[in-house]
Design a protein around this ligand. Structure first.
Ligand code: GCB
Length: 619
């Protein structure tokens, strides 16, 4: 070997070693990212909190000038520093305090006309004072931010969250000041191929701080989370756990349900976790009697109160049993879209309007499409006695082979279950909507199912799947998606009579499945703007939509294993995929009710069907 060759060899070896070291250290990082603890605080409404809702100063930043320098490197002096000129010669090119405001909660698209189609970054700033007392901890809690939120307090980064429809919180105990705290959030709603959801959806990509923001105060060691529900298959045994967070974890925890005469104590392990279990004689929650109990979770250092219902939900063959009784889910799909004013729904009033319309339809069930809705929806459903299907935005064409996409979906699933696992109303966790068959997709969804079951064994798992014809005359529909094997309840979306033929095509249709499981027809629908009239074969008319529903209902009645229906959709909603002028104008008009609250003719067809179903199931 010449000297030149030798030094070349040494150089190559040292490159290899460097690469190996890098690779090994990357491997070391990956598990810790995967194992990221979900430390959401449960039931923040049951705690002392200070709302940060209202006007926030905002800077629209399409080129992310507040984040990257001109070499496209993250800047150490980004907008999160909230800098002010100290002398008259200082150069600072932004100023939150003289910038325009946006209201939180609320999407940005419907607050300023020029933001309707905006997709990118907006910086939000809120100033607040906060007098911290000794032995308390303080967290900033976000109901949701679509889609990525980078959060800074007093110039320091406190965390990042990805996923547009689930809550997150960061502790700020050490950073908070008595006066003039500057809380800055960079919210970015760029769509990405590898994100969840991915690039295309049939709903508006509303950006911003779309749900409430608040400060949550807790004692030094506090009840961070708990799961208090009936054990699967039981109607009188409560099973669950409580988790404490803080420095004094090994302490006594008592669960009390005063109206049922229950007070049971347990001792938390050194890690703050304790399993609980006891017998309870309870009035069970049901749509006819949505009984909620006051439940107190008391540690030595903290106490939280919640309202919890108890019910059992299971399947037997093709039946769905609520508290042991066969039921039919008379449902309807909902987007989280605000009635009357448009944009994202975020308030208790929005939830009540939508859920009361569902009740008027005769529904005992809602499918909250296509992502977890705000907490008011599930809380009010709990109170009104409406069963809920809740899902994550694993929609259409997710990148099935990408591990980071799976991690992201899994985190969103965890956050959905973490927030809503104590709501009796929630009976179904759904994994995905209309996803295309394939091995990578099946393995992705099986992992999500496994994960959901590992967090909550008490609910039914479903997914909205597709169907196909097994005959050339297109008379027989088959549901045999291999995913069905792993679900408790089959979900199926079909648009026979709208995307597939005319309404009368349903008249000859038979449905089959290879699974001995209940089916929820999770979508069917047709479009008509309210007030557009014509004959029953003229597209886009209320009469066509009505005719579509009449034929659908006749077909649905013939499906022996059908145990639920959720037509698409309760109310018209905005969608960038629906441009037809004068008809759609960027709204999906499949609502049974318009976005102005007007009921279309089809509403009454479903209402009549649900009335009949109610009579036959409750006689
Ligand atoms: C579907 C999707 C839903 C759409 C709907 C439609 O199958 O699940 O998100 O909005 O069809 O109107 O085409």
């Amino acid at each position: 070997m010449t000297i030149q060759m030798e030094s070349r060899f040494i150089y190559l070896m040292s490159c290899k070693i460097k690469f190996l070291v890098l690779f090994i250290s990357l491997l070391a990082i990956i598990p810790s990212i995967r194992a990221q603890q979900i430390d959401l605080i449960a039931n923040t409404d049951g705690r002392k909190s200070i709302s940060l809702d209202g006007q926030w100063r905002t800077i629209v930043d399409p080129y992310e000038a507040g984040y990257y320098d001109y070499r496209y490197q993250p800047s150490a002096n980004g907008y999160f520093k909230d800098a002010k000129p100290k002398t008259k010669s200082d150069l600072i090119e932004y100023d939150f305090d003289t910038s325009e405001s946006l209201t939180v909660p609320g999407d940005w698209n419907t607050q300023r006309e020029r933001l309707l189609l905006y997709e990118g970054t907006i910086w939000y700033k809120k100033s607040f004072d906060y007098q911290r007392t000794d032995h308390t901890r303080i967290f900033v809690y976000f109901g949701a931010a679509n889609y990525i939120a980078d959060v800074y307090l007093n110039g320091e980064k406190i965390g990042r969250h990805e996923g547009g429809f689930t809550p997150f919180n960061f502790e700020i105990t050490k950073l908070v000041r008595d006066k003039s705290n500057s809380l800055i959030v960079k919210v970015d709603n760029h769509r990405r191929r590898d994100a969840v959801p991915t690039l295309i959806t049939d709903w508006w990509n509303y950006g911003g701080l779309t749900r409430q923001v608040k400060l949550v105060e807790t004692p030094a060691t506090f009840v961070q989370d708990y799961f208090i529900q009936l054990r699967k298959g039981s109607r009188n045994q409560i099973k669950g756990w409580v988790r404490l967070n803080g420095g004094r974890l090994n302490q006594k925890v008592t669960v009390r349900i005063p109206e049922a005469g229950i007070s049971k104590s347990f001792t938390a392990e050194a890690n703050g976790y304790v399993e609980i279990g006891f017998n309870a004689d309870l009035t069970l929650w049901s749509p006819n009697n949505p009984r909620l109990y006051d439940v107190l979770i008391e540690a030595e250092t903290d106490r939280v109160q919640d309202k919890i219902g108890f019910r059992s939900i299971e399947t037997r063959g093709t039946e769905i049993l609520l508290n042991g009784q066969p039921i039919f889910l008379r449902g309807v799909c909902l987007h989280e879209e605000a009635p009357f004013r448009g944009g994202r729904a975020y308030s208790r009033e929005d939830a009540l309007t939508l859920l009361n319309w569902a009740k008027e339809l005769g529904a005992n069930f809602v499918r909250l499409a296509h992502y977890p809705h705000n907490e008011f929806m599930v809380r009010e459903a709990d109170r009104l006695g409406i069963m809920v299907w809740s899902e994550i935005p694993v929609y259409w064409t997710i990148l099935w082979e990408n591990p980071a996409t799976l991690d992201n979906a899994r985190t969103q699933l965890s956050e959905m279950i973490t927030r809503d696992k104590n709501r009796a109303a929630v009976i179904v966790w759904s994994m995905a909507n209309e996803t295309p068959l394939g091995d990578a997709r099946l393995s992705f969804l099986k992992k999500l199912i496994e994960h959901a079951r590992s967090m909550d064994t008490s609910r039914l798992i479903s997914a909205a799947m597709e169907r196909h014809y097994i005959d050339t005359e297109e008379k027989t529909q088959m549901i045999d998606d291999p995913l069905g094997e792993y679900l408790d309840v089959l979900g199926c979306n079909e648009y026979v009579g709208w995307y597939d033929g005319l309404p009368e095509k349903t008249d000859r249709m038979e449905w089959k499945t290879k699974y001995q499981k209940p089916l929820i027809m999770s979508e069917f629908g047709a479009e008509a703007p309210y007030g557009n009239h014509g004959d029953s074969l003229t597209r886009w008319t209320e009469e066509y939509q009505e005719n579509f529903y009449q034929h659908q209902v006749n077909m649905l009645k013939r499906i022996s294993f059908l145990r639920g229906t959720s037509p698409w959709i309760l109310m018209d909603f905005r969608s960038p995929r629906r441009p037809l002028p004068g008809i759609q104008d960027f709204y999906n008009r499949k609502g049974l009710i318009s976005d102005r609250g007007e009921k279309k003719k089809a509403f009454y067809v479903m209402q009549k069907y649900y009335q009949e179903l109610r009579e036959s199931f409750e006689k």
